[in-house]
Write a protein that binds this ligand. Structure first.
Ligand code: SAM
Length: 311
């Protein structure tokens, strides 16, 4: 079975992080002959899906784009200055005074990529829910059940960063607005398969700095629907979003299984036309081992990997 370290490839925690749907995206790729594609995530955040697709060789190259300057600086630095970033992670003490210092760095305009990247990482790992404005884990007086360093496990986190840096030749990082990215960058990506995970329509505002209003969601929907490359979009299942993607094939599902979340947690995933949708499983609930089994059946015999023997 996969160890947690193998399953969670990203050093960043992300609110609503889509790590859970990675297995489902793999199935989509298997069923639609997309193995070896260039995988694009225009709203990458923690990029957990992209990284697992690259590490497990579903994708030959991944494109991580995020408009947020802190997130962009983080990914740029992971690829460009990983040793310096890891040294900071190892050498910086994790306490409330440091948390306050790192929070102030986010407010500065004239800050180096390395400083901003480290600040982003530090706050992500020491703030509630990983949200930069979320308050320090354990509270300023550190009387909470969990303390500030509860999620700051230096060695495994450094190993994740080093692993990503070793794959840097197969990773492209950009910091563009998604609408511009679709208009200008995407056309230069060969064999692209795109997974859009935009900020939620209803809940997105509180969570992310670069939030969308209705017309922004509508603009992106029009651009996505006009794409000629295969794509998947996930959203909160609101009538407004359904109307924007009217006509696209879709499924609805829940990311959370707890009874309390059942009524509120409904998500929707839309697919580009002609795509085969894996219907036998839900995106957040693909059983362990299921994808591996599908992969064994799907691999073409010329990959050099073990395949089914005839009769
Ligand atoms: C729902 S989150 C993505 C989460 C990601 N899929 C994950 O699992 O970690 C949305 C991301 O989009 C970014 N974002 C918001 N508006 C954007 C825009 N106009 N263009 C590109 N990225 C944007 C935010 O910074 C945030 O990281």
């Amino acid at each position: 079975m996969a160890t947690p370290e193998r399953r969670y490839s990203s050093p960043l925690r992300y609110p609503g992080g889509k790590g859970k749907v990675a297995s489902y995206i793999k199935l989509v790729m298997l069923e639609n002959d997309l193995l070896g594609c260039e995988y694009v995530e225009p709203y990458a955040g923690g990029a957990s899906v992209a990284l697992s697709l690259l590490f497990e060789r579903y994708a030959s190259h991944i494109h991580i784009n995020d408009l947020n300057r802190s997130v962009f600086a983080f990914w740029k630095t992971v690829l460009g200055q990983p040793d310096e970033l890891c040294r900071r992670i190892r050498d910086t003490s994790v306490d409330v005074a440091e948390w306050q210092r790192q929070r102030d760095i986010q407010r500065q305009q004239d800050v180096s990529d390395l400083d901003l990247a480290f600040s982003t990482f530090f706050l992500n790992r020491t703030s509630r829910s990983g949200i930069i404005g979320g308050g320090v884990i354990g509270g300023l007086d550190q009387t909470g059940r969990w303390k500030i360093d509860a999620r700051y496990n230096v060695d495994p986190l450094i190993r994740r960063i080093e692993k990503i840096a070793r794959h840097r030749d197969h990773i492209t990082v950009t910091g563009r607005d998604t609408a511009d990215y679709i208009r200008q960058d995407l056309q230069h990506v060969p064999d692209a398969f795109v997974y859009f995970d935009p900020p939620y329509y209803v809940k997105g505002r509180g969570l992310y700095e670069n939030y969308y209003v209705h017309d922004d969601h509508a603009e992106v929907a029009a651009l996505v629907l006009a794409l000629e490359v295969p794509w998947v979009v996930s959203y909160d299942a609101t009538p407004e979003i359904r109307a924007m993607y009217d006509g696209a094939a879709c499924i609805t599902y829940d990311l959370h299984y707890s009874a309390a979340d059942r009524s509120s947690g409904s998500e929707v995933m839309f697919f580009s036309s002609g795509m085969d949708i894996p219907r036998e499983v839900r995106p957040a609930g693909v059983p362990a081992g299921y994808v591996d089994a599908q992969l064994r059946f799907a691999l073409p015999s010329d990959t050099g990997l073990p395949t089914r023997q005839p009769g």
